[in-house]
Design a protein around this ligand. Structure first.
Ligand code: MTE
Length: 331
């Protein structure tokens, strides 16, 4: 086990230790020791602090080829009950472990080149294919939605995402009737993503949902935010957003979408399955093993708010889980 599980009473809610810090300071040291013993640590292993390098040296220089599409029309069905979070906060307080284990990975993420970028559609589909990201984006019905985002670390924000329903992606990919899961994998390029040079982690970042979840109206493939193409630190050129689940399910930097009938093991599940499960539905009544999930810090407000079941989206998603007998629906 990589993370030592503490009882929830051992820390106060205000002292939640994010998984990043837990890995960095305790888990990482522990597994690094074990890995060194068997000789698997990369020779060019960077410390997280070393990842905060400046600059887009190798990254794409030109403007985003889809920039003309934004801003897209807002779909007023998806509204929020709080103020929008400032763009500056959403674009500078990030989790993107490929680029470091702290929140200020914005500069390091600029090293990622966004073009050329292909999405591979693989597995149980009528025809496996690769599609260029610009072709895909232009083929999809783009719209803007205001969504809440709830991180498992007990902070939250609201953002205007631009993108297209995941259902439209499934219609495009044409999975066969045997497919029951959609697995997404992020890019894997240790030459630009220093975190990926820590080879003891299960790169590439992988996430999965059931086909039923993917077809839910809320599942959204995101290509933009705040009326512009998505920024690199937020997962450009393509990320997932599932507002009723903890944020770690919302995988960034997607390069492969695979259809299968086997439940995948996601990145965090592979690292600490007793802390981060497959379903990861938001539930204030089910604490994380090391902290309460009852409330959340609303970024930019200096206040905490009560967390809601399914992050407030129960009306749209509760039926998905009505017949699922799994006591780990909320972890
Ligand atoms: N996707 C990838 N590829 N790598 C990551 O480290 N972190 C996840 C998720 N998607 C992550 C990822 C977590 S823990 C959260 S909370 C959200 O991205 C954060 O998204 P944001 O930085 O846009 O707020």
């Amino acid at each position: 086990m990589l993370i030592k599980v503490r009882k929830s009473w051992e820390i106060r809610e205000s002292q939640v230790t994010p998984e990043s810090v837990a890995f960095n300071r305790r888990g990482l040291l522990k597994i690094a020791g074990a890995a060194a013993a068997v000789g698997v640590l990369s020779a060019c292993d960077d410390s997280p602090a070393g990842l905060q390098m400046s600059g887009a040296s190798a990254a794409d220089a030109g403007a985003d080829p889809t920039a003309d599409l934004y801003p897209v029309m807002r779909n007023e069905t998806y509204t929020i009950d709080r103020a929008l979070t400032d763009e500056d906060i959403v674009t500078s307080y990030n989790n993107y472990y490929e680029f470091g284990f702290e929140k200020n990975i914005k500069a390091a993420a600029q090293r990622l080149a966004l073009r050329p970028w292909e999405i591979a559609i693989t597995g149980m589909v009528e025809r496996e294919t690769k599609v260029d990201i610009d072709t895909l984006i232009r083929a999809m019905p783009l719209e803007e939605r205001l969504y809440r985002h709830r991180c498992v670390e007990a902070w939250s924000f609201t953002a205007p995402w631009s993108g297209f329903p995941m259902k439209a992606l499934l219609d495009y990919a044409k999975p066969t009737s045997d497919a029951t899961y959609v697995v997404m994998k992020a890019f894997h390029d240790p030459s630009v993503a220093g975190g990926q040079r820590q080879i003891i982690y299960p790169w590439p970042y992988t996430e999965g949902v059931t086909v039923a979840e993917a077809n839910n109206e809320l599942a959204f493939m995101v290509t933009g935010a705040y009326g512009k193409p998505l920024q690199k630190q937020n997962g450009a050129p393509l990320r997932l957003v599932l507002p009723w689940k903890y944020g770690f399910k919302s995988i960034k930097g997607i390069q492969e979408i695979r259809f299968t009938n086997e439940r995948p093991t996601s990145y965090w599940e592979a690292l600490a399955s007793d802390e981060y499960g497959f379903w990861a539905n938001v539930n204030p009544a089910v604490p994380h093993p090391r902290w309460s999930q009852a409330t959340e810090e609303v970024l930019g407000t200096g206040t905490r708010a009560p967390t809601q079941l399914f992050n407030g989206y129960g009306e749209q998603v509760a039926a998905l889980y009505a017949n699922i007998d799994d006591d780990r629906l909320y972890m």
